[in-house]
Write a protein that binds this ligand. Structure first.
Ligand code: NAD
Length: 477
């Protein structure tokens, strides 16, 4: 069986007939053949979406009707939650217990944006009794959605839900390393009654199908989640068309622990933040900055906890850390372990393939201690189960170290001093800061990063802003 594109309400192969193969991370055996989209397939999908935008019902529907369809999509996702978990587990190597949460999060995205779109007002400005100026939000047109391979289904819905809520037909290009779960979307959209042409899906390699979507003149907005380096390429390509861009990019987020923190909770957060989801999480707390008085103790306890993280086959419910997505990624993460050792960081835990897992993309939970800011392992996003621990002496040094990378996605601060918590939270260069809290998401708040971690914000009405243009009417009364 071939996993095909979905264009204008129909499953279709690539016009060229080309395919690519997907590997199962647990074994690296090829197990899935996928249609490889090129520019002509993207053009067909964009044409269908453009038709749905130009004369279809979707952009013209009252928000309440669109919201009802979004809620039906949420319900259709939930009825597939075990299936989705099994697909994500097999396709991405995510532990099954963690894959199980994905359907709930995805359904929540659709329900949330159904609420947003039905409660969102439009602004009116009065100038005495002589003039009324009002703002209409109009869907911008076909939205190009390009998504990464980590938690691929959930992250696709984080873009699909607001784009559809805003009235934009979409073309989704999922990551080539994890195409499987997007294959559920056509049946979900059909079951929910989404009109044909509103949701289109083109599989393919990023530099080919993804680039064609970015280059297509009839796609005025690109919402991208992926690496900062890819974001740069996309920005350059989109510049020629002056497109709206929303960029959710990489991170190297610090978790800063002061000596007055609840160390037990900070430790739980550190372990969760970098070892759950296989460490393949954009907001992973991949740099721990520990206050000098507790540095030795915290590092030792983190290493102890890392050694207890159960690495195993993804479909075993006892597994806490599964298989990394792809042999190339496994090689890259392993190379960072080698680099860290060569740079003089102290390997306090992990760093190797567990002996009981001779094949597949496995790596033990890895802790580097005594990491200094000049090291590549401190500076570069590893995107795997590898954490670097660095000591700091003073609050100002903590800020300096926290801000010493080109990234600025998330930060985590652990302290029981309220005034210090505020000072730190405001001094850290990141789009989001969690204080004495794990990575708890509130879908209403702006999500995104500064510096190399992104441009623009999604979340709540910020997402709707990405997919709508403000249209201002100035009216003399
Ligand atoms: P990636 O940049 O390699 O690929 C992301 C997507 O872009 C894929 O669909 C890929 O096919 C496509 N692509 C690649 N080259 C392209 C091009 N030239 N033109 C158009 N599309 C192209 O990223 P990845 O490895 O799939 O994902 C991991 C990265 O994503 C990490 O850096 C992670 O931090 C980041 N991420 C960020 C967030 C966030 O919200 N900030 C969330 C999840 C992941």
């Amino acid at each position: 069986m071939i996993l095909e594109h979905y264009i204008d309400g129909a499953h279709v192969p690539s016009i060229s007939g080309d395919t690519f193969t997907s590997l199962e991370p647990a074994t690296n055996r090829p197990y899935l053949t996928v249609s490889a989209g090129h520019a002509e397939d993207v053009a067909a999908a964009v044409a269908a979406a453009r038709k749905a935008f130009g004369d279809g019902p979707w952009p013209r529907m009252p928000a309440g009707e669109r919201a009802a369809t979004l809620r039906a999509i949420a319900a259709a996702i939930e009825t597939r939650d075990e299936r989705l978990a099994a697909l994500e587990c097999r396709d991405t190597g995510l532990p099954i217990t963690q894959a199980r949460g994905q359907a709930r999060r995805a359904a929540q995205n659709f329900r949330f944006f159904a609420d947003v779109i039905t409660t969102l007002g439009e602004d009116v400005y009065r100038v005495g009794s002589a003039q009324l100026n009002y703002v209409l939000r109009k869907p911008v047109g076909v939205a190009g959605l390009i998504t990464p391979w980590n938690t691929p289904f959930m992250l696709a819905t984080w873009k699909l839900a607001p784009a559809l809520a805003a009235g934009c037909p979409v073309v989704l290009k999922p990551a080539e390393w994890s195409p499987l779960s997007a294959g559920l979307l056509p049946e979900i959209m059909e079951e929910a009654g989404l009109p044909p042409g509103v949701f289109n899906l083109v599989h393919g390699i990023g530099e080919d199908a993804g680039a064609a979507l970015v280059e297509h003149p009839d796609v005025p907005v690109i919402s991208f989640t992926g690496e900062s380096a890819t974001g740069r390429v996309i920005m350059r390509a989109a510049a020629g068309h002056l497109k709206t861009l929303s960029m959710e990019l990489g991170g190297k987020s610090p978790l800063i622990v002061f000596d007055d923190a609840d160390l037990e909770r900070a430790l739980d957060a550190a372990v969760f933040g970098v070892f759950s989801l296989n460490g393949e999480r954009c907001t992973a707390s991949s740099r721990v900055l520990a206050h000098a008085p507790i540095y030795a103790e915290f590092t030792a306890r983190l290493a102890e906890r890392a050694a207890q993280v159960r690495v195993g086959v993804p479909d075993d419910p006892a597994t806490e850390l599964g298989a990394l997505i792809h042999p190339d990624h496994h090689a890259q993460v392993s190379e960072y372990v080698r680099i860290g050792v060569a740079e003089g960081a102290r390997l306090a835990a992990g760093g190797a393939r567990p002996p009981h897992l001779p094949e597949g993309n496995y790596l033990s939970a890895t802790v580097f201690a005594d990491v200094t800011p000049d090291m590549r392992v401190f500076q570069e996003e590893i995107f795997g189960p590898v954490v670097c621990v660095t000591p700091f002496g003073s609050e100002s040094e903590a800020v300096e170290l926290a801000n010493a990378t080109r990234y600025g996605l998330a930060a985590y601060v652990w302290t029981s001093d309220l005034r210090r918590a505020h000072r730190m939270a405001q001094a850290v260069e990141s789009g989001m800061v969690w204080v004495n809290s794990q990575n708890v998401r509130d879908l209403r708040t702006p999500f995104g990063g500064v510096k190399a971690s992104g441009l623009g914000r999604e979340g709540g009405r910020h997402s709707i802003d990405v997919y709508t243009a403000a249209h201002i009417v100035h009216l003399a009364t």
